[in-house]
Design a protein around this ligand. Structure first.
Ligand code: SF4
Length: 358
């Protein structure tokens, strides 16, 4: 049997059993050809349709602060970037974003920011409670980094239902090569466990094409996703930022990102999988290509327009056009043109429905 046939058989096995050994994932990644990627996308689409039909869930992304105490080596808003103009949104600004988003049809709000001590538990709990009071039919998602068990618990008790915390890489040595020594791989992984224990819908994820990444580290990422089975998984191509040491490192590619989206869908059929802003940044049709590879979520930007450019994670990050929440009609048309339907819905993970079908 040739290499291509072996890879195709591994792919079919992943589609039917939703699991592979670590080595199987590595072989698939190394054997990627246009034909293999096309078949992966076809299987992933069928799998996504079984669980979510043609529905696309939208999330209103509110970037609440670009202050961060951390210094991740790849990140444009890292603490040591002295060239960045910093901002924080007030509670009133955040609530106004939610009100505007609600009118537009959003039923999930994602508060995202760096690790910023200004946003204490008490302050955040107050905002979460006010969002839930004003919009009881909406879900609140947080993406605010590693806050520790007690903080996660308070925020959960205040009403937050989901938490996004990309694991970044499942390989310890790789993690250590992307982060300063005061950041801990163990703490990252433990934090995902705390979130699960507290009853959040949990989001993991990683960059595609990050410095020092190999097919083995990517295989470890896929195995982690398969085993941990996060309710959400955010992956996007690595894009360099000019104020970091990786400024000259090449971007991750659309093709590999889409292939990995397909494999994640097959490993974890009920996962909420966004076609990320980074994907839309590297290709004008990146969002659509992500959808056709198995994604089912988009997260348009609902932040006030004057701060969008300051949430400068990587160079060229798009925040206008279909990436802006107020252009939802444009996004709806784009999704409809490829056979998908944006729905007004909280867009929860359909795990129990999927498990009941099996
Ligand atoms: S990746 Fe996140 S934690 Fe790291 S510096 Fe950027 S915002 Fe902070």
């Amino acid at each position: 049997m040739g290499n291509d046939d072996r890879a195709m058989r591994l792919l079919e096995r992943l589609a039917s059993e939703h699991t592979l050994e670590l080595e199987g994932y590595r072989k698939l990644i190394e054997s990627r050809t246009p034909a293999l990627a096309a078949r992966a996308a076809e299987l992933a689409l069928a799998c996504r349709r079984e669980v979510y039909g043609n529905d696309v869930f939208v999330r209103g992304l509110i970037e609440i602060s670009n202050h961060c105490k951390n210094d991740c080596l790849y990140c444009g808003i890292r603490a040591s970037n002295g060239a960045l103009e910093r901002y924080r949104l007030s509670a009133e600004q955040i609530l106004r974003c939610c009100d505007a988003g609600y009118e537009l049809g959003f039923r999930t709000f994602v508060m995202q920011g760096g690790e910023d001590a200004f946003f204490t538990d008490g302050f955040l709990c107050g905002i979460i409670e006010r969002i839930k009071e004003g919009h009881p039919d909406c879900a609140v998602t947080l993406s605010l980094g590693e806050r520790g068990f007690e903080s996660f618990k308070r925020l959960r008790e205040a009403g937050a239902e989901r938490y996004l915390l990309r694991h970044e890489t499942a390989d310890r040595a790789h993690y250590e090569s992307l982060h300063p020594s005061n950041m801990s791989f163990d703490n990252r992984i433990a934090s995902l466990g705390y979130l699960r224990e507290l009853g959040y819908q949990v989001g993991a994820g990683f960059m595609v094409g990050s410095p020092m990444q190999t097919s083995s580290t990517l295989a470890a990422d896929l195995k982690l996703i398969e085993r941990f089975a996060p309710e959400m998984c955010g992956i996007g191509p690595f894009i360099p930022h000019h104020e970091t040491q990786f400024r000259d490192h090449p971007r991750g590619t659309l093709e590999l990102t889409c292939f990995l989206l397909s494999l994640i869908r097959l490993a974890c059929p009920d996962v909420l999988l966004p076609a990320t802003t980074a994907l839309a940044t590297i290709a004008p049709d990146g969002r659509e290509r992500g959808m056709l590879a198995g994604a089912n979520v988009v997260m348009p930007n609902l932040s006030p327009e004057d701060v969008r450019a300051k949430y400068d994670l990587y160079d060229g990050k798009v925040s206008s056009g279909a990436e802006a929440a107020d252009n939802l009609a444009d996004l709806r048309d784009r999704m409809a043109s490829i056979g998908f339907n944006i729905v007004v819905d909280r867009g929860d993970c359909r795990r129990s429905e999927w498990e009941a079908q099996r």
